[in-house]
Design a binder for this molecule. Structure first.
Ligand SMILES: NC(=O)c1ccc[n+]([C@@H]2O[C@H](COP(=O)([O-])OP(=O)(O)OC[C@H]3O[C@@H](n4cnc5c(N)ncnc54)[C@H](O)[C@@H]3O)[C@@H](O)[C@H]2O)c1
Length: 337
């Protein structure tokens, strides 16, 4: 029995759990059909698969799961385990937080992005039409499980790179020594993701969540790279060539560090280090003039913005950030050009 399953077994025993529901990403359950065999001998387990992809993060899918829970006569003492990437953690967390006014749950993340980000922090939710995370709750899992890095072996290169973007972000926000280790990495492969990197990212996220559990101010720094990142994600989605979220964040880190250096906030040598690291692993696109205009339009729509200004995370250097720095729109465009 591996460390994750054994820890879960202890936690479920300690809570005298009698019924376990595993809400799983269908791709993940197909790849790991026997992962929970040892556990399900001890705890009666019902498996509920959800089609892979962010389209499943919907009210319709949540309703489907609520109905399945009802049909399986699940009461408030049921325990839900979310098994998959960030999509399943967000959807399953939302279903658990709302079913019968809330039942206990935990996450078993299987993507790099979910291990260091989506599975922790207590935010969950679903998308409504094209609006991401429009409906959701803050609700902490009962406990956190150790990450099983062997899941990364089956992750596509695209998804690995996506998680790596968030990893770079975490290092910039609160782990300068980790940033140096990432700079020494020549090629990204599942095998060279170090367990210590994951632990460090989790502790950085915990630190900000502890200071600001409801995301009112200090936790905003976790959005570093996301202002340009979300705009890039929306632009490419509109053009029918979607990029993974974390890849857009990595490009966002590149533009935001440049922007901060240009307005004299960020040390130039630190912005250069971010640029070198991003360029080593990602292709930085050349945007046409029309695309620059549309990127700026997307940034303008962000709900945090005020009167011709865009709100960014203030980046002064590696490991030196604070929330909320207002920058004029025309400067945002200049940096992309
Ligand atoms: N709640 C939060 O704090 C938070 C933070 C960041 C992101 N998110 C959310 O997380 C989601 C993105 O998460 P994600 O990047 O993990 O995407 P995802 O859950 O959609 O997984 C990406 C793809 O990888 C596949 N997959 C998952 N594990 C695998 C494995 N071990 N081997 C092979 N394939 C595997 C999935 O089937 C899917 O096709 C978004 O919905 C985002 O909004 C939430």
């Amino acid at each position: 029995m591996n460390a994750l399953v054994s820890e879960l077994q202890q936690q479920l025993r300690a809570r005298s759990v009698r019924k376990l529901v595993v809400i799983a990403d269908a791709t993940v359950s197909a790849l790991y059909p026997h992962y929970w065999d040892e556990l399900s001998h001890e705890f009666p387990t019902i498996f509920m698969d959800v089609p892979a992809g962010d389209a499943s993060k919907s009210i319709a899918q949540a309703e489907q799961l609520w109905l399945q829970l009802l049909e399986a006569c699940c009461d408030r003492d049921v325990f839900i385990l979310n098994f998959g990437g960030g999509m399943v953690c967000d959807l399953g967390g939302f279903v658990a937080a709302t079913y019968k006014r809330g039942v206990r749950f935990a996450n078993c993340p299987t993507t790099l992005l979910a291990m260091i980000d989506a599975a922790i922090g207590g935010k969950n939710g679903v998308n409504v039409r094209h609006v991401k995370n429009c409906v959701g709750t803050f609700c902490q899992p009962e406990f956190e499980l150790p990450c099983d890095l062997s899941f990364l072996q089956t992750l596509s290169e695209k998804e690995l790179l996506s998680g790596f973007g968030e990893l770079i972000k975490c290092a910039i926000i609160g782990a300068p020594a980790l940033f140096c280790e990432l700079e020494a990495l020549e090629h990204l492969t599942p095998g060279n993701i170090q367990p210590g990197w994951i632990d460090k990212c989790i502790s950085v996220k915990h630190e900000f969540v502890k200071r600001d559990p409801y995301d009112l101010h200090e936790r905003h720094v976790l959005n570093l790279g996301h202002t340009y990142g979300h705009a890039i994600e929306s632009l490419f989605a509109e053009e029918g060539r979607p990029v993974a979220h974390g890849e857009a964040v990595a490009l966002g880190l590149f533009y935001e560090s440049r922007l901060m250096a240009q307005i004299g906030q960020c040390r130039q040598e630190d912005a250069d280090r971010v640029e070198r690291l991003v360029r080593r692993h990602y292709r930085v696109p050349a945007f046409t003039e029309d695309e620059v205009r549309r990127l700026v339009d997307f940034m303008q729509q962000d709900k945090k913005n005020q009167q011709g200004h865009v709100v960014f995370v203030q980046l002064r250097g590696i490991g030196d950030v604070s929330p909320d720095c207002r920058v004029a729109l025309d400067l945002c465009a200049k940096v992309i050009r």
